[in-house]
Design a protein. Structure first.
Lengths: 357, 292
């Protein structure tokens, strides 16, 4: 039984990798053949970013079992540190992919640091209190970034923290040839868009590698033990704070990497983009995909990201339809009668449902 | 004098938060769910009272009463259609449904009333001048504070003295046991949603009297802040929601006045985080240690 289970989980992991690779190849072929229109091409990088966001949030919500409502905050930390890095290195490193990679790593590192600082107080709380505090941190991060004015010139980076709202980009006193990178509430303007779909694909693969290996490792088992029964886990000697922090910081770092890629995909990006609604959007991907189910997060992200775009022909009604679909799906998936009915129709289905649930 | 002015505006804004938080805390206390749609019920209440006052020319009191009636029905319908089927479902499923309801209300409002902000006429106009005109307090502020205190006292009496109130407390403590004692749990929860939504309608009218722009997204930020206020004071506790609301309003107003307008929300949230770290169950909440 045990061997069978291990083999089964390894098989699921394999299928996840293969699925992502296959999707990448198919989309690349379609793109090479000119079968994708402009708006579809524009969706590729954001979808990759949101997949990474969803998988990383799944680590916090599904594997660690703590509800986080501030995941977009880490994304914004990654996005803006990534943009600053890429823009200030523009003259030093001419190769765009190298700059992108450095920006993503820097974004991930900064998001991890912020995640660590946020995680120490937050993870002491439980349940809804933890949720509201992560929400609070998300909003604080957003407002702090809104106050930033950053520019770079030959002397290095110039940063102003605009608390009173009276300072402008002129106060940076940039030398000639310097450029403004972040303009307070307007956010990053004039960013070179160096993000590519291939980079998004590689980032997804790295994220999957990290998360899936972590889940199957000693660390992952400790984290899941904490989720299932905190007191029991503590009594067998698992260091609760340590493992919670590991999961939380890893999740934040990957959100930062996704943010850096996302930020470098748009020439203009305001911090207001990463508000509470973005956190909720990613949470919806995770919950609809299934808690703790990595594969489900990916599918749910792709479907739910494309759905509002596909409904564009209904123009004004599309978000209304989206809301109704959301409610109906939640009602249907949690309907006991429907579940038993499915269990009767498909033999073996019920058992699977129990395992996933 | 400047300090007094900030304090007065803080207390009146805080009273609006407190009214919303009272509704939030009752719903949370009994249904144990984060009702993200609560803020949007406020917005609906604002629109209904706006339409009744502007299009039908009804007096302000009547328009608020109509808004309360509509929101009460809306609250009961939302609970019955969206939340009741999920009573046994995992908490996150209910949360996502609440988010769905919130999107639904916002987008319905967008379709029905359009994206253009409406300018709301305050329910009462005029200001009271104190200290020879140095300090002016609008009548809306006075009305809000009075309404908030009346509502808090009424709710305390209701939950403490009436049979329905007792049923509510019983349900919030242990739904299964309450059911065994012959309490109709579903009806009690419906009743709680009705009260919470009626309070949201009042809050909507008062909120729009302060900042007279009415949009489909008007309710979301006050909704989140009111929830913060409820947690601040200890969620589930009625005096706690009142205290939390007032404190939140005062902190926000002072932060805006003395530190930074841009960072006022951050300061409010930072205070929340510090309070929760020191008192994990909020100011007046009871901390229940886990038993093994």
């Amino acid at each position: 039984m045990k061997i069978k289970n291990v083999a089964r989980s390894a098989r699921t992991d394999m299928f996840t990798y293969l699925g992502v690779v296959a999707a990448f190849i198919i989309i690349s072929l379609l793109r090479g053949g000119g079968m994708l229109n402009r708006s579809q091409l524009g969706m590729l990088v954001p979808i990759c970013c949101y997949i990474v966001m969803a998988v990383s949030l799944n680590l916090t919500v599904g594997i660690l079992g703590e509800l986080s409502l501030g995941h977009a905050g880490f994304m914004s930390v990654g996005a803006f540190t990534g943009i600053i890095t890429a823009m200030s290195l523009a003259n030093v490193i001419p190769s765009a992919p190298v700059r992108l990679a450095i920006a993503i790593v820097v974004g991930a590192v900064f998001a991890a640091i912020v995640g660590f600082l946020v995680g120490i107080p937050v993870l002491r709380l439980r349940g809804d209190y933890l949720a509201i505090v992560t929400l609070a941190f998300g909003e604080i991060l957003k407002e702090l970034i809104t106050c930033l004015i950053v520019g770079a010139d030959s002397k290095g980076l110039h940063i102003i923290f605009n608390v009173t709202g009276s300072k402008t980009a002129n106060d940076l006193k940039l030398l000639e040839g310097g450029r403004i990178i972040i303009k307070g509430a307007q956010g990053a303007t004039g960013t070179q868009t160096i993000a590519t779909f291939t980079a998004g694909f590689i980032l997804i693969m790295i994220t999957l590698l990290v998360v899936q290996n972590m889940v199957r490792s000693r660390t992952g088992r400790a984290v899941m033990a904490i989720r299932d029964n905190r007191i029991a886990a503590e009594s067998v000697g698992i260091n609760i704070t340590k493992y919670k922090l590991i999961a939380f910081v890893t999740s934040a770092a990957m959100a930062g990497a996704a943010g850096a890629l996302f930020g470098l995909n748009y020439s203009n990006l305001a911090a207001a983009k990463f508000d509470f609604n973005t956190s909720i959007l990613v949470l919806v991907f995770v919950v609809l995909g299934g808690l703790g189910n990595i594969w489900g997060s990916i599918i749910a992200t792709v479907v739910l990201y494309i759905l509002p775009e596909a409904l564009r022909s209904f123009a004004t009604y599309r978000m209304l339809i989206y809301a109704i679909v959301l409610i109906l799906v939640m009602l249907a998936t949690n309907n006991a009668q429907l579940k038993t009915l499915l269990g009767k129709l498909v033999p073996g289905r019920k058992k699977e449902g129990e395992e996933n649930g | 004098m400047k300090f007094l002015a900030y304090l007065v505006s803080g207390i009146s804004l805080g009273s609006v938060y407190a009214i919303i938080a009272l509704g939030y805390t009752m719903v949370y206390g009994i249904a144990k769910m984060l009702n993200f749609a609560h803020g949007d019920v406020i917005m609906v209440g604002g629109y209904i009272s706006f339409l009744a006052a502007t299009n039908l020319g009804l007096p302000a009191v009547v328009s608020v009463l109509i808004a309360m009636a509509v929101c009460t029905v809306l609250g009961i319908v939302i609970e019955g259609l969206a939340y009741r089927p999920l009573r046994a479902a995992p908490k996150l499923a209910v949360l996502i449904t609440a988010i769905g309801v919130s999107y639904f209300l916002q987008n319905s409002a967008l379709l029905i009333w359009g994206a253009n902000p409406k300018s709301y006429t305050p329910v009462v106009s005029g200001t009271l001048k104190l200290f020879g005109g140095q300090l002016s307090v609008s009548y809306v502020s006075l009305l809000t504070v009075a309404a908030c205190i009346v509502i808090m006292i009424a709710l305390t009496l209701f939950t403490g003295r009436t049979k329905m109130g007792k049923a509510m407390r019983a349900c919030s403590e242990d739904q299964g046991a309450a059911q065994l004692m012959g309490i109709n749990v579903n009806r009690t929860i419906s009743m709680t949603f009705a009260i919470g939504s009626a309070l949201a309608a009042i809050a909507g009218a008062l909120l729009c009297s302060f900042s007279p722009t009415l949009m489909p997204t008007t309710g979301s930020m006050p909704g989140i802040k009111a929830f913060t206020a409820a947690v601040f004071g200890g969620i589930g506790s009625i005096p706690g929601a009142f205290l939390g609301g007032i404190l939140l309003g005062v902190i926000e107003s002072l932060a805006k006045g003395y530190i930074s307008t841009q960072l006022s929300n951050s300061i409010v949230f930072a205070v929340l985080i510090i309070i929760l770290l020191v008192r994990p169950a909020g100011l007046l909440g009871k901390y229940v240690p886990e038993k093994v």
